[in-house]
Design a protein around this ligand. Structure first.
Ligand code: F6R
Length: 250
């Protein structure tokens, strides 16, 4: 595990975008695992800039989003489908048929999950997975006490997640209670992973995820077992990683 402390949100986002751009230059048909939320927004903006300025080509890129709320139409501004098109996809030349996001309006959740897992496998697995982290340690919507062996599945959102995500909705009641999320097993199968964290509200959980025991209570702690994880933590989120030696030996 490499832990990089970025000096601010801009620096964190630029570093992440460089890794993603490098991946696409080396393998134009890369399979990317994508996250939503506040954290990767500027990373997406940077990638759009690289696309416009130096022609980074997304035409062969394949994407799989981590998660989607159940019960929100893709036209709903709070859906992750809307987020992805609005903040990223419509600004680059990715081929629509290569975009995968769980269908939050599916009538058959189990089948949707199975099909999602199968599509990832058919595309040869994820080359590079981007992750944010919830204040409760979730990655994707794999909430505390998740089974590490889970693949794509229906999740009941944790109260902490509902509360955290209510900032995007008109009221806390409007936040969906259920979602579809890739499981920890899907995430751990990725060849490379980048975990991003910014803001002081992530400081405690980043410390627990990286330096305390591996436990389903902090789902992100499983990443300690992955062979190729780069954690890019902006300074405020890194404030509990007090001494360099703590992360240099990781
Ligand atoms: C979203 C996702 C979540 C977020 C996490 C952090 O697709 O997978 O795990 O990464 O909730 O969200 P932000 O970045 O809004 O703090």
């Amino acid at each position: 595990m490499r832990v990089v402390i970025a000096k601010d949100y801009e620096d964190m986002s630029a570093r992440a975008a460089r890794i993603v751009a490098g991946q696409i230059y080396l393998k134009p048909n890369s399979v990317l695992g994508l996250a939503t939320g506040s954290t990767p927004l500027l990373m997406y903006k940077n990638l759009i800039m690289v696309h416009h300025q130096v022609g980074l080509d997304f035409s062969e890129v394949v994407s799989f989003n981590l998660d989607e709320y159940l019960g929100l139409q893709s036209s709903n501004e709070q859906s992750y489908t809307y987020y992805m098109y609005h903040n990223f996809f419509k600004h680059v030349n990715i081929n629509k048929k290569n975009i995968h996001i769980p269908d939050g309006m599916t009538q058959n959740v189990e089948l949707e999950c199975q099909n999602y897992d199968n599509s990832i496998l058919e595309r040869g697995g994820t080359d590079l997975q981007i992750l944010g982290i919830g204040t409760n340690g979730h990655i994707g919507f794999n909430e505390p006490d998740i089974k590490f062996e889970a693949t794509t599945h229906k999740v009941k959102l944790d109260d902490e997640t509902i509360h955290a995500n209510s900032r995007f909705f008109n009221s806390i009641e409007a936040v969906p209670r259920f979602a579809i999320s890739m499981g920890i097993k899907n995430i751990m199968h990725a060849k490379k992973i980048i975990l991003l964290a910014d803001g002081e509200n992530k400081a405690d959980v980043i410390y627990r995820a990286l330096f305390e025991g591996i436990t389903p209570k902090v789902p992100a702690s499983i990443l300690q077992l992955h062979q190729d994880v780069t954690v890019i933590v902006e300074e405020r989120a890194a404030q509990m990683l007090k001494t360099r030696s703590q992360f240099e030996n990781k």
